[in-house]
Design a protein around this ligand. Structure first.
Ligand code: HGY
Ligand code: MN
Ligand code: MN
Ligand code: MN
Length: 417
């Protein structure tokens, strides 16, 4: 009898990926589908329609998470979860998150076609708001499911227009007032598996179609505010300046130096946003505000870097006669993926004669939160030149078929445990 993994339909996967791409706020300029926007809602309706065509039992919760259930033979057994996200960064790509949603759908569709009905139900999920770009907090849906989000958080996080997460939910008819009752907080889940594009080029460089993720880095995000003295660009001598931007620039270079010289297996430091006040060519900035994004698979290494950064920033501020404050926004714990699940994935890849390699995920994923609920593991597929969060994001459909095959076989095995 052919394995389920040998019955994955490439054209189905491609049709879904192209179908959902129609729901885009910036056609022709990359994919923009930020959480709780009109295009996000239209894309959710599309996915729900496709789930219903497959005969899945569809449920939603008050954060906009979608659960497409492929029933098992034992309705009382804790289900196995798979899926990912459909929201994007502004002007991003077509595959970040989406590959995992449709791989999950095709995995259960292949089981249905083969008449395979495991003991445990399999839920193909769409987690709302994985990207932090709109509300400054990542993994809204999966964070809620893992119990790490409160009603107060919904009211505290706002988008650039000042709209709170809470009001955005209400504007789309969700019921944040039922937040505490509505959705299966810490619902019983047997295991969580997510397929995702690598968003780096290690698999492509190695010529390997499937990655088994051993650890997921988590973000530590802070806001750094530097206050100096605003003054005339021509009238103020170099010796008399208390230039907020130059101090900020030195602090940013310190962040880069600390990340480059760290002994961590994997750590990054990024300044992604910078605002200068007043922001005029002939005025020395009196204020500079910039974001700090630190990722590592080790919480200790992240904490050590933040400590050294704080001390270094204080020394720079003292020497330059400016004030500095470093305000923490979030500090998520990294996740070591479950070794049993990863072992089953490696065995299924071998049984399918699909080459695979282990690697760490620099980007965070919904699985980072789902690891609170159940043992969690991830499968990566290559993306062209490692490009992601950009319109050039691209995959080879044959790699997606291979990754989906490993996912399908692993889901079937784990759901029969
Ligand atoms: O890690 C990231 O920023 C990604 O978008 N999940
Ligand atoms: Mn992303
Ligand atoms: Mn993603
Ligand atoms: Mn993700």
């Amino acid at each position: 009898m052919r394995m389920i993994g040998e019955q994955i339909k490439k054209n189905e996967l491609r049709a879904w990926l192209d179908g959902i791409a129609a729901f885009n706020g910036t056609p022709g300029e990359g994919m923009t589908r930020e959480v709780y926007t009109g295009e996000f809602q239209a894309a959710r309706a599309y996915v729900i329609g496709e789930m219903e065509k497959l005969g899945l039992h569809v449920r939603e919760d008050c954060l906009g998470n979608i659960f497409g259930l492929y029933p098992g033979t034992d309705a009382d057994a804790a289900p196995v979860w798979t899926g990912s996200h459909i929201d994007t960064v502004p002007k991003g790509g077509k595959y970040d998150g989406l590959a995992g949603v449709f791989a999950g759908l095709e995995a259960v569709a292949a089981m249905g076609r083969a008449g395979v009905r495991p003991k445990r139900s399999i839920s193909v999920n769409v987690y709302a708001g994985e990207e932090m770009s709109r509300f400054g907090v990542c993994c809204i849906g999966s964070r809620g499911l893992s119990g790490r989000l409160s009603l107060a958080d919904l009211k505290a996080h706002t988008d650039p227009s000042g709209l709170s997460l809470y009001d955005a939910l209400k504007s789309f008819g969700y019921g944040p007032d039922h937040f505490d009752q509505d959705f299966p907080r810490r619902a019983p889940v047997h295991a969580s598996l997510e397929l995702h594009i690598e968003q780096n080029d290690k698999l492509e460089k190695a010529g390997v179609p499937v990655g088994i993720v051993t650890g997921i880095c988590a973000p530590t995000n802070l806001i750094c505010t530097v206050e100096g003295v605003q003054s005339h660009a021509g009238g103020t001598s170099m010796a008399d300046r208390r230039d907020a931007y130059m101090a900020a620039a030195e602090m940013a270079l310190l962040l880069e130096h600390l990340a480059q010289t760290s002994t961590s297996d994997y750590i990054t430091g990024t300044v992604g946003e910078l605002t200068l006040t007043p922001g005029a060519a002939n005025v020395i900035p009196g204020k500079a505000v910039f974001t700090v994004d630190i990722r590592s698979v080790s919480a200790e290494d992240k904490d050590e870097l933040v400590e050294n950064l704080r001390a270094g920033m204080r020394a720079i501020a003292e020497r330059r006669g400016v004030e500095v404050t470093l305000t923490p926004l979030n500090n998520d714990a990294p996740l070591r993926c479950d070794e049993h699940l990863s072992g089953v994935m490696r065995d299924q890849a071998d049984a399918l004669a699909i080459p695979h390699m282990d690697l760490i995920s620099g980007p965070y994923h919904d699985s980072l939160m789902l690891g609170d609920l159940a043992p969690a593991a991830m499968i990566f597929i290559p993306c062209e030149k490692g490009i992601s969060h950009d319109r050039a994001e691209n995959i080879d459909d044959d790699d997606l078929v291979k990754g989906t095959a490993v996912l399908a076989e692993t889901l079937a095995k784990i759901a029969d445990e």
